[in-house]
Design a protein around this ligand. Structure first.
Ligand code: S3P
Length: 168
């Protein structure tokens, strides 16, 4: 089984992904973490400052290409993976099930206030909201399954996904 989590920054892809991997006994991987390790940057702010957003997008395409052979894995993707359709084409290969963690913008703002991870594309609220609005259709379009995360805790979200996987 291969589960691919997509969604906006702060939608819970990493935290939910880790818990889901534990529950399903699948391996957990995070595309941002792999990209930072391989490029040698401490965080996304530093990567953006040196290579720009295009540096991240190119790294994402290269990584998505390599990941498609993996199996028995939960993959938490960076929020911008949907910007290049080729990424989703690769991630979906070999039975990848794409799950969109859908979260309201107001909820995301709340969550990211206390999250220390540097997110250059969330530095300005108005710009972040515009990105959110633009991306919404992309996440929806690529999803095999949409899970609404508003007003749910992580364990509830994991259980909901788990039930879907059992019947998949
Ligand atoms: C981005 C999301 C981030 C990270 C980078 C850009 C985006 O990942 O890849 O800061 O374009 O939405 P998370 O979705 O894990 O925050």
């Amino acid at each position: 089984m291969k589960v691919v989590l997509i969604g906006f920054m702060g939608s819970g892809k990493s935290s939910v992904g880790k818990l889901l991997a534990q529950k399903t006994k699948l391996k957990f991987i995070e595309t941002d973490e792999i990209i930072l390790k391989e490029t040698g940057f401490d965080d996304m702010a530093k990567l953006f400052a040196t290579r720009g957003e295009v540096g991240l997008r190119e790294a994402e395409i290269q990584l998505a290409k390599r990941l498609f052979t993996l199996n028995d894995v939960v993959i938490a993707t960076g929020g911008g993976m949907v910007l290049n359709k080729i990424n989703l084409d690769y991630l979906r290969k070999n039975g990848g099930l794409v799950i969109f963690l859908k979260t309201q913008f107001s909820e995301i703002v709340k969550r990211l206030k206390t999250d220390p991870t540097p997110r250059p594309l969330f530095a300005k609220l108005a710009a972040a909201r515009a990105i959110f609005t633009f991306r919404k259709a992309l996440y929806t379009q690529y999803a095999d399954l949409i899970i609404n995360t508003d007003n749910k805790n992580q364990l509830q979200i994991v259980s909901e996904i788990y039930e879907h996987l059992r019947h998949h």
